[in-house]
Design a protein around this ligand. Structure first.
Ligand code: B12
Length: 391
């Protein structure tokens, strides 16, 4: 019997289709086994709208001092510019929804608020570990090349996740899912393998603007656009040096990241119940006392935040944030630890201690303090005394 060329071709097509379906099913099973809540597939050409939007974001200066976003612009704009051989992109979502609304902490003036994502072990490490497991098994099964990315690589994770159908980019710019609301970590696996692609998700924000109105610092110039320079997450984590004095009172007791726009999202109420492998928060990071955090020196900071993402910003930047919370607390009991920090070796800590003390001390007490401490050598710290009205 002779097989015509078209029959042979359709046999090849069938084989390819079956292989694609099997590999896609395999990766989904692996994702579930590793505790991911969502796993869907898209292609490298699925985000044609991104280059222009990224360009606008950078042109507007909305990235602030995150120069790495601009430096990697070309690779960020297109998955193929990052890896020309990529054929399929698998996007993963991991639910980290809190048991309690994190905004309840804002009423506790002696407590500091660490954002929900940072109360666990560093999610970069956790997700990367799980993705590497999947990648190893998938590469062995498929005989194809694989790369995995979480957060730090120049990958536009949110638009890719939307294209894969995990959810949609909400007005707060983060991915919102029908099943997990706004509480999802994202990760990706790039591969040369051909996989079955899923349908994208569409926008279900409607006329809701809860997240935009919830932002304490008005960081959204328009729906779907964030000016990072005003975002508390950026200010407390990414920004080095003194924080704009006008924004300090608005930061409240948020010392590492901010959850307000996420927590306001009505889709959170549909969040599916947590899987067994969900990250568990550290009890002592749920509502740490400001008084305790003010006592941390370099060694005790590293020990206390071992394995936590908070460790990444270093002790000085962290204590700077805690001093802002102290200044906003209205608690004169914190004057003692703040006074101690007014003599700290780090200028950013000294400067923020001056700001906190100006708000906590009686005016005459503060003037006596200034008389004893001035002159100050560091120009930024001197500027804090000047802004406090005494230099
Ligand atoms: C840089 C960065 C930040 C910066 C800037 C945030 C930002 N919105 O870009 C800062 C430090 C502020 C930040 C904060 C947070 N981050 Co962050 N961050 C990133 C990172 C590394 C890159 C994001 C990026 O590419 N920004 C560049 C700009 C251009 O992107 P964009 O905001 O998405 O801009 C889009 C919109 O402007 C949109 N757009 C413009 N016009 C229009 C019009 C319409 C109609 C539409 C639909 C869209 C649209 O198009 C642009 C391109 O997609 C990603 C990891 C990654 N590799 O993707 C994590 C990531 C986005 N962060 C994450 C998290 C959890 C947070 C915080 C919640 C942490 C916290 N609790 O403090 C906050 C949330 C603040 C917020 N509302 O965004 C998660 C979000 C998960 C999710 N469900 O989406 C990510 C994906 C990390 C991860 N792997 O899980 N982050």
């Amino acid at each position: 019997m002779r097989i015509s060329t078209s029959e042979a071709a359709s046999g090849d097509d069938d084989r390819q289709l079956r292989r694609r379906q099997k590999l896609t099913a395999f990766i989904r099973e692996e994702a579930t086994a590793q505790g991911f809540d969502l796993c869907r597939v898209t292609g490298p050409d699925s985000i044609p709208q991104v280059p222009a939007r990224l360009e606008t974001f950078l042109q507007d200066g909305h990235h602030g001092t995150m120069a790495w976003l601009a430096e990697t612009q070309a690779r960020r704009s297109s998955p193929k510019a990052l890896w020309s051989d990529v054929r399929s992109i698998v996007m993963f979502g991991l639910n980290y929804g809190p048991d309690e609304d994190p905004r309840l902490l804002q009423g506790k003036s002696d407590r500091a608020a660490i954002s929900v994502y940072a109360r666990n072990r560093d999610y970069h490490d956790v997700i990367k570990g799980r993705l590497k497991e999947i990648a190893t098994r998938f590469a062995a099964r498929a005989g194809e090349d694989v790369k995995v990315f979480v957060d730090t690589a120049p990958v536009m994770e949110k638009p890719l996740a939307e294209a894969a159908g995990l959810g949609w980019q909400g007005k707060h710019t983060n991915l919102v899912s029908r099943s997990h609301g706004s509480w999802l970590f994202l990760g990706s696996l790039f591969t040369t393998a051909d996989l079955t692609q899923d349908e994208p998700e569409t926008d279900h924000c409607g006329s809701c603007r809860a997240c935009l109105d919830a932002c304490p610092t008005a960081a959204f110039p328009a729906p779907y656009r964030l000016d990072a320079r005003r975002c508390i997450s950026y200010l407390t984590i990414e920004h080095k040096g003194p924080i704009d004095a006008a924004l300090r009172p608005l930061i409240g007791n948020r010392i590492y990241g901010c959850d307000d726009c996420l927590a306001a999202c009505p889709w959170n109420k549909f969040a599916a119940s947590a899987s067994e492998m969900k990250l568990r928060p550290r009890e002592d990071l749920m509502e740490p006392s400001i008084a305790f955090l003010l006592t941390l020196d370099d060694g005790s900071f590293r020990a206390f935040f071992s394995g936590s993402p908070v460790k990444r910003i270093g002790r000085d930047r962290f204590v700077r944030n805690v001093l802002i919370a102290a200044g906003n607390s209205g608690d004169a009991g914190l004057i003692g630890p703040c006074l101690h920090l007014a003599d700290d070796a780090s200028p950013v800590v000294r400067g923020m201690a001056i700001w906190a003390l100006r708000r906590l001390m009686l005016p005459e007490e503060f003037e006596r303090l200034a008389a004893a401490r001035l002159p100050e050598d560091d120009p930024e710290v001197e500027e804090e005394w000047r802004m406090a009205g005494v230099a």
